[in-house]
Design a binder for this molecule. Structure first.
Ligand code: FAD
Length: 463
């Protein structure tokens, strides 16, 4: 062991510390698999006090720390490729309390999202943030990435669910803002500092999360549509007529659905070949009335030529089956070799122009490129994948197009290591300078997730 690690063991003799090659490999990478893992060691604290001890030790030795959750991140945020200490929160994974009056659950950061769903259900409530990595991703990682998912349209991003938060700062002190009040304008809301900042400002050790009433009715519909304009028109119609009943609105563009349908384990709900497919979901409290209203709007959309074909779930089994079709996009895309993927947000009004211009520009240098697009259309969030002979050129085209359209280079996955060089396209110099000032103020030795989101040295910042 190295001298700093010897010192860590001396200071925290009960700390679980892993240094075996297999563990370094396992904990040193995230879902991206793009960087070669090379951490110094893996620390698995069991308490806030151990987290504090680790951070103090890191500060004294100048060792960089990578806070680590489920490592399902898609931007390299939890990758340890440069001798960092991985600080895995996976052993801190318990429910700490439930407040029935305020409907909040207080949890530790290592708890998987799916376990949080189940814990909420035990109290007859739901935790509404959901996405395909639910079984592996952790609350700490979700908070650090301000995760989104499939029901942002109705419930908002993670930020909207966090009512209280505790974090260990880079100097080892604990900042506790755990009152869990829905309204509290008594000075700065410091908990916000740790939401979406990708572990660069503190290690999240506790959170009070907002639960919601369990919907009595849930119905979804899978629609084939002639165009993106039609999908945006249907979204407007559903919002206008159903208001807050609409809980999800997902899109899948040709040819992705066709590729999925060719190898689906389940029967394809609609024939392949349409330009656009949408999965719309409602959640309500009056099962018969809600289904009727949903069906009426969909029927009108068919009559108006907005929707070409539609299948509506008639049972919980069919409801789940339609969601499985949506999530099947992950199976198909993650199995493709050589695919690059970006997670972007685009104003709906400019999405059509963006898609057309990006495809034209990519095909200009690679006529055979494969382009697969799906995402959370209700939030203006697209997952845009390209298989091309020149990935660098494709990245440049897509991100420049995003900037021109007034969008974001990361809608929900975060910047991490992956998108640092593109941040300046969508954030002003003043914004990035303020991010740097915050980071320097809270973490002067640059211990926490060094080199994520931006580099501290402006000269190292790619322009
Ligand atoms: C199949 C699939 C589907 C996905 N779908 C979505 C989706 O729809 N929406 C979405 O938002 N994301 C999605 N993701 C991305 C990913 O699941 C999320 O970013 C998730 O929030 C990451 O959680 P994690 O615990 O795996 O974090 P990790 O990957 O472990 O870490 C992510 C970041 O958080 C930091 N971090 C982790 N724990 C802490 C902590 N306790 N304190 C401070 N910082 C911490 C890490 O350092 C890193 O910067 C998907 C991923 C996969 C593989």
């Amino acid at each position: 062991m190295s001298a700093p690690l010897d010192d860590l063991v001396r200071r925290l003799p009960d700390l679980r510390l892993l240094t075996a090659a297999g563990d370094l490999e396992h904990y040193g990478r995230d879902w991206t698999r793009r960087w070669t893992p090379a951490p110094l060691a893996i620390a698995l604290p069991a308490s806030v006090e151990e987290v504090q001890g680790i951070v103090r030790w890191a500060n004294e030795h100048g060792v960089a720390i990578v806070p680590s959750g489920g490592r399902t991140g898609l931007s390299g945020g939890a990758v340890a490729a440069n001798g960092e200490l991985v600080l895995s929160l996976e052993r801190m994974n318990r429910v700490l309390g439930f407040d029935a009056a305020d409907r909040t659950l207080t949890v530790q950061p290592g708890m998987p999202l799916e376990a949080l769903h189940n814990a909420a259900l035990e109290h007859g409530l739901i935790y509404p943030v959901d996405f395909a990595a639910r079984g592996s991703c952790s609350i700490g990682g979700n908070i650090a990435t301000n995760a989104g998912g499939i029901r942002v349209l109705r419930y908002g991003m993670y930020r909207a669910q966090v009512l209280g938060l505790e974090a260990v700062l880079a100097d080892g002190s604990v900042l506790t803002s755990m009152k869990g009040l829905p309204k509290d304008n008594s000075g700065y809301d410091l908990g916000q500092l740790f939401i979406g900042t990708e572990g660069t400002l503190g290690v999240v050790t506790r959170a009070a999360l907002r639960l919601h009433p369990k919907p009595v009715s849930e119905v979804n519909a899978f629609c084939a549509l002639p165009s993106l304009d039609a999908a945006i028109a249907l979204l407007g119609l559903l919002r206008q007529r159903l208001g807050p009943l609409l809980s999800a609105y997902e899109v899948n563009f040709a040819p992705l659905y066709d590729v999925m349908a060719a190898s689906m384990a389940m029967p394809a709900p609609l024939p392949a070949g349409s330009p656009v497919y949408v999965l719309a979901e409602i959640q309500g409290s009056e099962p018969e009335r809600d289904s009727e209203r949903f069906a009426e709007v969909l029927m009108q959309a068919v009559e108006d030529g907005v929707v070409d074909d539609v299948v509506v779930s008639q049972s919980p089994r069919e409801f789940r089956a339609l969601w499985d079709v949506r999530e099947d996009a992950n199976r198909v895309l993650f199995s493709m070799k050589g695919l690059i993927g970006v997670d972007i947000s685009i104003p709906l009004a400019r999405m059509g122009a963006f898609l057309q211009e990006a495809e034209t520009a990519i095909r200009a240098f690679d006529p055979d490129a494969d382009i697969y697009v799906f995402g959370h259309l209700g939030d203006g969030n697209l997952h845009y994948q390209v298989r091309t002979v020149d990935p660098a050129a494709a990245y440049g085209i897509v991100y420049s197009g995003v900037a021109v359209a007034g969008g974001g280079v990361s809608a929900e996955h975060g910047i991490g290591l992956d998108k640092k060089q593109w941040l300046h396209l969508v954030r002003s110099d003043a914004e990035i300078a303020t991010m740097r000032r915050l980071k320097t103020a809270l973490d002067p030795k640059n211990i926490l997730n060094r080199g994520r989101v931006f580099d501290l040295d402006p000269a190292a910042f790619a322009r």
